[in-house]
Design a protein around this ligand. Structure first.
Ligand code: PLP
Length: 292
């Protein structure tokens, strides 16, 4: 039970992501999740998307100046316990954010002797299949290497894992190898999500591969260990924003002081229940219900 008596006690969680005008994913899903899990949500918006439940018609990035101004003004007052990063609109935004994590956030952590967990959802293809490249490419393909060593966890879906690893993923073993390679390359923990439709090995159960490089609750980097998180597949097309919800739930649970391993399990259960209880306000895939 994460209920609180005073809103002043709520841990602050940031989402750095894009706006979904349809309200099912992006910033809107993140803030709903963060609030549902008893935290105070702040947002740094990377881009506006014009979309409803069936299509995305326009993506417009904010300027680098605007993105930086949001990060700096929040750090000066509403400092985060955890950060979720979602849709970044272009490589300039990735570079800027990488630099900001490495300088401003690092200095803040040092000065205040705190660890701020950063969860990166490398949004390139939405779980509903929508594409986000502002220049009309089929994938919003970005080089996330500026985040190397600066994030706690990266949460690609199978399509994103394939793009990031440069490998065609034919089975679960391929996904595992790709997740391990990603963990090495980015020096972080990896949660390779298995919720995507279409993969034969995901037909019965949604299998997430969790590759971790830390013992629970420890900052000590050790050899990679892998866990398979399996849950019965929920037969529903109302999965819009499931990746956004998962990553912001992990950030929120960690902001409460839970270790990554627990946060991943709690967040997966939260998403599964959210899909089970989801509705359909438009003609297309509906958003997850909030069940905190
Ligand atoms: N970010 C924005 C702004 C979006 O609109 C979407 C999906 O439409 C996503 C991220 C990713 O969505 P999902 O969580 O379904 O992968």
């Amino acid at each position: 039970n994460l209920e609180l008596t005073s809103s002043a006690l709520k841990p602050v969680v940031w989402t750095i992501a894009g706006s979904d005008s349809g309200g099912g994913a992006g910033i809107q899903a993140d803030l709903a999740t963060i609030d549902d899990l008893g935290c105070h949500g702040c947002s740094a918006i990377t881009c506006l998307t014009a979309q409803n439940s069936v299509s995305v018609t326009l993506v417009e990035p904010v300027s680098e100046e605007m993105l930086l101004a949001q990060l700096d003004v929040l750090l000066a007052d509403l400092a985060p316990m955890a950060i979720k990063i979602g849709l970044l609109a272009n490589q300039e935004q990735v570079n800027l954010l990488g630099k900001w994590l490495n300088t401003s956030l690092r200095e803040f952590q040092k000065a205040n002797a705190v660890d701020v967990n950063v969860i990166l959802d490398p949004v390139m293809v939405a779980s509903c299949g929508a594409h986000f490249a502002s220049d009309k490419r089929s994938e919003n393909q970005l080089d996330f290497l500026p985040f190397k060593g600066l994030i706690t966890l990266i949460t690609p879906n199978t399509a994103e894992l394939s793009v990031l690893s440069g490998c065609r993923l034919k089975d679960l073993s391929d996904c595992h190898q790709a997740a391990k390679a990603l963990s090495k390359r980015f020096e972080c923990n990896v949660l390779a999500k298995g919720g995507d439709k279409g993969a034969a090995w995901q037909a019965e159960t949604a299998k997430d591969i969790f590759v971790c490089i830390q013992a629970p609750g420890s900052a000590v980097i050790y050899q990679q260990r892998s866990f398979l998180l399996s849950s019965p597949r929920v037969e529903s097309t109302n999965n819009h924003g499931s990746g956004c919800t998962l990553s912001s739930a992990i950030a929120s649970v960690m902001a409460w002081g839970f270790v990554l391993h627990d946060a991943v399990v709690v967040a997966k259960a939260y998403v599964t229940e959210g899909i089970k209880q989801s509705g359909r306000p438009g003609k297309g895939p509906g958003p997850l219900a909030r069940t905190g």
